[in-house]
Design a protein. Structure first.
Length: 306
């Protein structure tokens, strides 16, 4: 009886294998020709799917009962593609970069406007920002941002920034420049802080999209304590900035993040952000800004218009 059951099980296993085939292939960046990692390849109408490896290659097992199958291929930052193939085929898929912008990880080509609502959990519960992108006939990487948060009293955070035209955009390296102004005032933390910072973002292209973007920069800041503080401090001087920007997870739950540390005279300023794109061109996120006695965490919700 034992041998009979083993024989039946073997037949069932061989039958299942006989009904399975594989579709193999590679997903490439249409612009650079580099393999794209983390791309989702999904058999349409099923939950059968897989992600490409670090070189953009994949192997998907499919049933052989159908003469052809439809694959849905998608990745954040690229235009999704749908194609038909047959079980057993080997395919090459080329994805075009998406024109839309998610977080700060791709260059805005068609974005016109971003509106953001933000709520601080400690000092400034009400606020928002607006970012305006340059028309396509001008520099596609130019954008201006203005933001303001307040508690409708004496606490507020004012920010403004400009993303300048790219210095270099080749198949191997992309350089982006940003200039930002910040003014923080918080009675409870007894601080008044102003800063001007210029940063350069260095991004390698044509290799692995999971390589983080390097942020380097410098600026000038003034920090003073407000009346009533147990210490009297007035610090003014130049500082330097280092940071990283990265996509931590891929479809279907991408997380975009950045962290930036600035060394001012006698203290550090830490800034970070996590964001996740949602349907209807929405994006939810959390941001943190910390220096000396001041630490603010803000929840954000953005809407992009194209």
């Amino acid at each position: 009886m034992k041998h009979l059951l083993l024989f039946v099980f073997s037949l069932l296993h061989l039958s299942a294998l006989a009904q399975q085939a594989q579709v193999t292939g590679r997903v490439l960046d249409d612009k650079t020709g580099a393999g794209l990692p983390g791309v989702t390849i999904l058999q349409k109408g099923t939950t059968n799917g897989i992600s490409s490896n670090d070189d953009g290659r994949f192997t998907l097992s499919v049933a052989t009962s159908a003469d052809s199958i439809t694959l849905q291929i998608s990745s954040i930052g690229f235009v999704a593609k749908q194609l038909q193939t047959a079980p057993g085929d080997t395919i090459i898929v080329r994805l075009r970069p998406d024109s839309r912008e998610f977080c700060d990880l791709s260059v805005a080509m068609y974005s016109k406007l971003e509106l953001k609502l933000s709520s601080g959990v400690r000092y400034a519960p009400l606020g928002g920002s607006i970012r305006v992108f340059s028309p396509r006939r001008f520099s596609k990487s130019l954008a201006a941002t203005f933001g303001y948060q307040t508690n409708l009293d004496r606490n507020y955070a004012l920010t403004a920034g400009v993303r300048l035209p790219s210095l270099l955009n080749s198949n191997r390296l992309y350089i982006e420049e940003n200039v930002a102004y910040e003014h923080l005032r918080a009675e409870a933390a007894a601080i008044d802080f102003r800063s001007y910072v210029a940063t350069v973002a260095l991004s390698l292209q044509g290799y692995n999209r999971r390589i983080p973007v390097l942020l380097l920069g410098g600026g000038h800041a003034s920090y003073r304590t407000l009346p009533g503080s147990h210490e009297i401090t007035d610090r003014t001087g130049a500082g330097y900035t280092v940071g990283l920007r990265h996509e931590f997870l891929s479809y279907p739950f991408p997380i975009f993040g950045s962290v930036q540390a600035t060394r001012w005279p006698g203290y550090w300023q830490w800034q970070g952000r996590l964001a996740h794109p949602l349907p209807l061109n929405l994006q939810a996120g959390v941001e943190i800004n910390s220096l000396r006695t001041y630490t603010e965490v803000a929840l954000t919700l953005s809407r992009f218009f194209y």
